[in-house]
Ligand binder design. Sequence first.
Ligand SMILES: [Cu+2]
Length: 591
Amino acid sequence: MRDALPTPLAPYVDALPVPQRLRASDHDGRLTVRIRAGAHRFHRDLPESTVWGYDGSVPGPTIEADRGRPVTVEWRNELEGPFPVVDTVAPAAADDDGVPVQCVPGLSRGVPDTRVAKLTGQTVVHLHGGLTPASYDGWAENLFAPGQQAVFHYPMDQRAALLWYHDHVMGITKYDVYAGLAGLWIVRDERERELDLPEGPPFEVPLLIQDRNFDLDERGLLRGRLLHKTDPDVMEAFAPFTVVNGKVWPVLDVQATTYRLRVLNGSNARTYRLVLLRDSEPDLARIVQIGTDHGLLRSPVPVPANGLVLASAERADLLVDFSDLEPGTELTLLNTARAPFDGSSFPAPDAENAADLEGLLPYPHVMRFRVVAGSAVPRRIPRELATDFEPPAADELAAAPRRAIALVERELEGETNMLTMRELAPVDDDYGGPVVTVAEGDRTARYRVAAAHFEDTTRFFPMLGEYEIWRLINLTGDTHPIHLHLDPFQILVRHPIRWEIPENGIGDRDLVATISLERDPDDQLDHTIDDNERGLKDTVRVNPSEMVEIAVRFTSYSGRYMYHCHILEHEDRDMMRPFVTMSPDLMPFMA
Ligand SMILES: [Cu+2]
């Protein structure tokens, strides 16, 4: 079933909102952000929605900071009133017409979850991509309640990049972010200014992309109330309406010049593959990508031929040249990615036909650009961008500690599936318990599961200043965007793998699996690292039948941090683990 539904809201009628700018330098580095309920209109033809937002707005204000100039934020929790999102699990995955319930608004006969309705507004703020001391990183269990506040110090001793701040409460991040608790944070530095990149309005435009769904009233008409709906087959909420900076399918008037788009996928679970179309044809050649999660790439790269893929929490810094276009020209940004995303491709020339109900993509619409009158000014694109990082050299990695983590989905009877990160520890040949074997050429390594749940004993103690190699082994059918807090990493390789898990091989803590580093003949994915992934990343897509190796070097702070899947429904359902960065002089004193 690859089919469209009629759009219940008119696309491309609302102007793209640009979030309020909050420049730290205008406030001597001291900011106060009130976390509170607000009223927000997601579309011209929708009634106002109640949201929970930073400064009561969706998205929150875009905080702008300069490298080397610390920022202190007093996060004041002033949340009150009922929780603004209704949560439900529909009793069936499809309605009577066979349409998946996640493709349509309304409860689809689901019963509102009363536990969610009773949430009172406990919160904690995490600055995603921030090199932040552990005390201010927003540990998921260190909460502040309504009436309380937290004063967090952000050193901003880090390169220019698009970061974002969002709620990170253990178990309910998916609800709090969906309610509106997310905003952008831009770090600027001298290198970017040397390159004369667009900074600020009108030519630098942040695009925070999310998906949202809404409840219906008794007459079946859309009302503004936010709806987080899942179904018995799909535990993640994949909402039908794409929202950019808080508006469903907005339009941006652009002059005939180069724009810098700072794109973030802030969705709970949905991955986007963004394709720009003009006159129904892909028009991706006018886009170059200059940056990724942690800022500038070493040189500009084209976006992949079938579109720019961004999983939850991934960012892209794009330059788009509109200078050859006549006033009145329209370009449309569409999404061609099915959900749940499994890494498979979709041809860009077919983007207009990407609607796919079974793939939980009823509307490919994202937003439109409309060229308006003005003088045409192309902008020179620098050929060399970042000069401050290199791929790690072989000798730097030769002695690097290696860690292995299996991503596992455990199906449970009458309960939502459990997703866990299984930290693997090598065992010798006489170990008699359940093992995971990894065959690599003629060598086979054997592992036991050493940790499976967030509260299991911490096992990862990376030493500051030293490279480590982490191997992320996906034993599920979906792509998981894995995010490490604190320092960025580089992707070394994506290995295709074959794997087998016997019946009942996934226990609460045990795992039996046979993995080999070879391509499965049925595997259609190419498992390449895209050019735009050869930068400093903090979130990496780990596709099905794939083992991703990353090289990470923690440099900045000692303390307790976490890594997790950035599909919020997974992170909340245990796909998260702690690690502790260590100063080497303390290691002899570790028990
Ligand atoms: Cu996941």
